[in-house]
Design a protein around this ligand. Structure first.
Ligand SMILES: *[C@@H]1O[C@H](CO)[C@@H](O)[C@H](O)[C@H]1NC(C)=O
Ligand SMILES: *[C@@H]1O[C@H](CO)[C@@H](O)[C@H](O)[C@H]1NC(C)=O
Ligand SMILES: *[C@@H]1O[C@H](CO)[C@@H](O)[C@H](O)[C@H]1NC(C)=O
Ligand SMILES: *[C@@H]1O[C@H](CO)[C@@H](O)[C@H](O)[C@H]1NC(C)=O
Ligand SMILES: *[C@@H]1O[C@H](CO)[C@@H](O)[C@H](O)[C@H]1NC(C)=O
Length: 578
């Protein structure tokens, strides 16, 4: 859940705009002029909806944030999400509702949950679905009560014969979980209940995100009937100096294979994942560990890093994510909110803000040390006009255009092979922050082995482009692969967040192929490196590279040659969404 500080940042951004320096593009070749965009060009792109996505989930207009209660019921996928029916900024939040049979095309229904009870009269915030034995779904969600306290509530479908479950009724006894002076929970920091799971003692368990000063906490509640909930003596887990934990997610994963597990599954070949959305940094990080269901404690495995430096689902824009078990296809699917990187003023002008990332399958890597993620198979239905290259050498300092696909709405996958390891740059220091390394050594800084990858959303003459690339280093005689999504040249409009994102990909480029897949969709590039070991999503708003002016290249700005062993690209059809 986002905090209601939007109006403050709105004022701040608005103030920035008053000082907006209007300079025509052609005005001069002065360095500053290069980064200005003509307000007319930008205005046209915004009102013509140049940035509206073709196959990502979004409603026709207005603000969206967290995905809520994703589930599958009788063969129909449900997605609820935080939605402002009245505008493109956060506020008036209800649970909007859409359904799908393939996770690609969606129809919308009326809002499922909205303020209607004392226990949620001031807001209906995030929550999760639990499928009770017998297949009956219920929702636990956060309500804001008349004293502005965050409380946990229950809602259920009115008519289980309605396959779309369009009507939801609130449990009359809400709220079911409450912050009190006795339990010492802070009622301003108590939200986002998880999917519940069943223990061997037949008690349901659920987590609620919180904080105690700066200690991030996942409180554990137990119940035998979903009605009376008791706070466990100790939280499932907590970590110092991490601040508020939003949208916790706790689920089992198989130690061998792709197959997903029901949230209540247990067994020898099962590990657990705890994901936290860190309110202070707006990143989703996770650890892998073990869960002692008797002591009700979670223990991250040795070597797992907790907090913002830990493993992330996505090193770009991706927050408040949530998984669910798809029992139809035996997989665990991850949904996450992809926020805009544009100014509030631009959001208001285009009339919407926020999309959902393409749902991803998640499973445990063979190493047991991280999760792998891959776009759901169904998204491939949208592929058309395949372009396929034979293997070829990509010389140092060169680029090749991928011709034949709609470059602004595409799915492209390439595999590289590297052999000329003499030219690899050396990393001396022990600890490197990969994001800083990506900012310092952007695509425009010539390297040894790399940068090589894609130039997406490229304009004529490359005045704008978003580079997604690898760069290989040597660190103590080991190869280290850096992956970056470089937004520093994405747009001539300088009012966007242009942070460059990066992470190390845990693979040996001399032994394994180095693959990169990017889902490109009008204002987003979601990139999967090393077969889903690292994912980075960037939101970008070019002013020249729009509509049919967008180009796509494979580039190599290192001095060493690299080999493209395969390249496949497709235009992506528009999905039917809402
Ligand atoms: C429940 O939904 C089914 C299927 O849509 C419908 O036929 C039935 O009339 C509904 N029942 C009620 C009480 O609304
Ligand atoms: C409770 O949480 C709110 C919001 O996170 C915070 O501003 C406040 O200081 C907290 N109160 C206490 C007593 O920790
Ligand atoms: C959403 O994006 C805006 C603009 O880049 C930023 O100010 C805000 O912190 C972001 N919020 C989250 C939750 O990512
Ligand atoms: C490649 O590096 C040179 C500097 O050596 C830079 O001028 C150029 O912009 C870079 N190309 C890309 C695509 O970033
Ligand atoms: C990137 O953003 C910063 C801060 O908003 C701004 O000062 C800078 O000009 C931007 N850079 C480019 C290349 O647009």
């Amino acid at each position: 859940m986002t905090t209601p500080s939007i109006s403050v940042s709105f004022l701040f951004i608005y103030a920035l705009f008053l000082g907006y320096n209007v300079l025509e593009l052609e005005a001069s070749h002065h360095i500053f002029a290069r980064y200005q965009t003509s307000p007319k060009v930008l205005h046209k792109a915004l009102v013509n909806q140049a940035y509206r996505t073709g196959y990502h989930f979004q409603p026709p207009k207005n603000w969206i944030n967290d995905p809520n209660g994703p589930m599958v019921y009788k063969g129909i996928y449900h997605l609820f999400y935080q939605y402002n029916p009245k505008g493109a900024v956060w506020g008036n939040i209800v649970w909007a509702h859409s359904t799908s049979t393939d996770l690609v095309n969606w129809i919308s229904h009326k809002p499922a949950i909205f303020p209607s009870q004392q226990a949620d009269i001031n807001g209906c915030w995030s929550g999760s679905a639990t499928i009770l034995p017998g297949g009956k779904p219920v929702m636990l969600y956060t309500g804001i009560d008349p004293s502005e306290r965050q409380v946990q509530n229950l809602a259920m479908p009115k008519n289980l014969s309605d396959p779309y479950l369009t009507e939801w009724v609130k449990y009359p006894k809400n709220p079911l979980m409450l912050a009190t002076p006795m339990n010492r929970i802070n009622g301003s920091a108590f939200r986002d209940p998880t999917t519940a799971w069943l223990g061997p003692d037949k008690l349901w368990r659920v987590l609620v995100g919180s904080r105690d000063n700066r200690v991030g906490v996942a409180y554990l509640y137990k119940s035998k009937d979903f009605d009376h909930w008791n706070l466990a003596k100790e939280p499932l887990h907590s970590v110092e100096r991490t601040g508020m934990w939003e949208c916790p997610d706790f689920f089992p994963v198989n130690t061998d294979g792709f197959e997903g597990l029901d949230t209540s599954a247990r067994g020898k070949r099962v590990k657990y994942v705890l994901k936290i959305s860190l309110d202070e940094t707006k990143h989703d990080y996770y650890t892998i560990g073990t869960y002692d269901v008797v002591k009700d404690k979670y223990f991250p495995d040795k070597g797992m890093v907790e907090g913002d430096e830990g493993l992330r689902y996505d090193y770009g824009k991706f927050y408040a994510s949530k998984t669910f078990f798809d029992d139809e296809k035996k997989r665990r699917i991850l949904w996450g909110w992809t926020n805009e990187s544009s100014s509030v003023k631009d959001d208001v002008l285009k009339g919407w803000s926020g999309i959902q990332a393409i749902p991803r399958s998640v499973w445990l890597d063979k190493s047991g040390k991280k999760l792998l993620q891959w776009p759901i198979k169904e998204i491939e239905k949208l592929r058309e006009n395949q372009v396929n290259w034979p293997s070829k050498i990509l010389e140092g300092g060169s680029k090749l255009e991928v011709i034949g696909v709609t470059a602004g709405q595409a799915d492209v996958e390439v595999s590289f092979e590297v052999s000329d390891l003499k030219k690899v740059e050396v990393l001396k220091k022990k600890h490197y922050n990969p994001q800083l390394l990506c900012s310092k050594n952007s695509a425009s800084v010539r390297g040894g082995l790399g940068p090589f990858g894609f130039l997406t959303f490229a304009s004529n003459c490359l005045r704008e482009y978003t580079a997604v690339f690898f760069r290989i280093y040597n660190h103590r005689n080991k190869h280290k692969v850096l992956m970056c999504s470089d937004q520093s040249r994405s747009s001539l409009n300088k009012h966007n967040d242009n942070t460059t994102y990066g992470a190390f990909v845990d693979l040996d480029p001399t032994q394994e192929k180095l693959s990169l897949r990017s889902l490109i969709d009008r204002s987003i590039v979601e990139s999967f490196g090393g077969g889903g070991k690292v994912v980075i999503s960037s939101r970008v708003y070019p002013t020249l590279a729009i509509d049919n002016q967008i180009k796509l290249f494979v580039f190599n700005n290192g001095t060493a040659n690299v080999k493209i062993t395969s390249l496949n690209a497709w235009s992506m059809k528009k999905a039917q969404i809402n």
